[in-house]
Design a protein around this ligand. Structure first.
Ligand SMILES: Cc1ncc(COP(=O)(O)O)c(C=O)c1O
Length: 377
């Protein structure tokens, strides 16, 4: 097997910092940043001309991103982020009073808030299904299926955020549809980690390009099943309000910085040049080895998640670590160790969620493992 070399040179990340949390805000490669700078120079040389060209440029970008996801371009719209994607879905689906919005205890906090807001507005109820961290696919489906009786919508993560677990989306889509319940798939982490992530036939799927595909921030996609396409509307009401064309009506967000959406395909080209299909399994090896080293240094273990995603692993924190001040602790690690990691908690256990991207090397995990026990002590 050819071992691919780490390529931090393709990014502009501070070399004095250990960047071990790609999953939160991504990191944009130099080439995409340069393209964005050129586009912004063009925009500010003549804003009038620039805005006349935006529609065509967005069409080109949308088609490239839909093709990357291997999804029908007629149902693929651009949105700012996965939070926006889920919010659009919840505003499109019928959620009558007395019905249930079903999600799990792995759901992303902001997505839960979106469900709570709409439930309050409509007189519906949010049902939180508990799924043990180590649950296998059959258990996940069985636990959720029990709550689909009075559900008006099921929201599930494709890859959970705090627990880095891949959910069995095909089976969950089938279970939801057997009960006649529309399903919204939160695929925030899925692009570049799961092949053709939007192909499972969900009613709505949303995913971030600004995470693993390293696209500029505020670039996400929303895939809408045919039956909801005429009803789905962008969150910002603008000139496209009476535009019947889907997905074009999502392109119009008022006066807005469209540069990230236009530049996003450049990051996909960077990934292609990095030989992503070969590199991704090597990053799996890298993060697994890194997690082993860190768990050994902390005297703990790696969480036994049945299907962890390709590039993230949970390393258990010693039980002496109090996660109630999680943000302060992350700040201390950032300040004292110059390391960016994320800390998560689930079922009363604390974890470091480690990640690997093309700029990481084994030394990153070794340095973290040398220093973290001291900072946590
Ligand atoms: C599972 C999941 N859903 C939704 C989001 C929200 O993404 P964004 O902040 O881009 O809206 C995240 C962000 O990390 C996430 O992990």
């Amino acid at each position: 097997m050819t071992v691919l070399t780490p390529r931090p040179d393709l990014w502009t990340l501070d070399p004095d910092v250990l960047h071990l949390n790609h999953g939160s805000y991504g990191a944009v490669p130099r080439r995409t940043q340069e393209l964005m700078a050129r586009l912004r120079t063009e925009m500010d040389a003549n804003p009038m001309v620039w805005f006349r060209t935006v529609a065509d440029r967005l069409t080109t970008s949308r088609l490239a991103l839909a093709s990357y996801l291997d999804t029908d371009p007629d149902g693929f719209a651009l949105v700012a982020n996965a939070s926006a994607g889920v919010t659009v879905a919840l505003h499109t689906l019928p959620i009558p009073a007395g019905s249930r919005i079903v999600l799990t205890d792995h759901a992303y906090g902001a997505v839960r808030y979106a469900a709570e807001r709409i439930a309050k507005d409509r007189g519906a109820e949010v049902v939180n299904v508990g799924i043990p961290l180590e649950a296998d696919d059959e258990t996940v489906v069985a636990l959720i299926a029990r709550h689909l009786g009075k559900a008006s919508v099921l929201i599930v993560d494709q890859i959970t955020s705090g627990t880095a677990k891949v959910f069995p989306i095909d089976a969950l889509v089938a279970a939801a549809h057997e009960h006649g319940v529309p399903i919204v798939v939160d695929g925030a982490h899925a692009p570049a980690l799961i092949d053709a992530p939007a192909a499972a036939g969900a009613d709505f799927w949303t995913g971030n390009f600004h995470k693993w595909p390293a696209a500029p921030r505020a670039t996400a996609g929303l895939v809408v099943a045919e039956r909801w396409r005429s009803a789905a509307k962008p969150l910002i009401v603008s000139w496209s309000e009476y535009d019947e064309r889907m997905p074009e009506r999502f392109d119009s967000q008022g006066t807005y910085d469209y540069v990230p959406w236009i530049a996003a395909p450049e990051s996909l080209r960077v990934l292609a040049d990095l030989n992503w299909p070969t590199r991704r399994p090597q990053l799996t090896g890298l993060v697994e080895e890194g997690a082993r080293i860190l768990a050994k240094a902390l005297g703990t273990g790696i969480a036994e998640v049945v299907h962890p995603p390709a590039t993230m692993r949970l390393v258990e924190l010693p039980s002496s670590v109090d996660l109630s001040g999680g943000e302060a602790l992350k700040m201390r690690v950032s300040r004292e160790l110059k390391a960016e990691i994320t800390l998560t908690g689930f079922e009363g256990r604390g974890f470091v969620r480690l990640s690997a991207h093309a700029y990481n090397s084994p030394a990153d995990y070794e340095k973290l493992s040398e220093g973290l026990p001291r900072v946590l002590a």
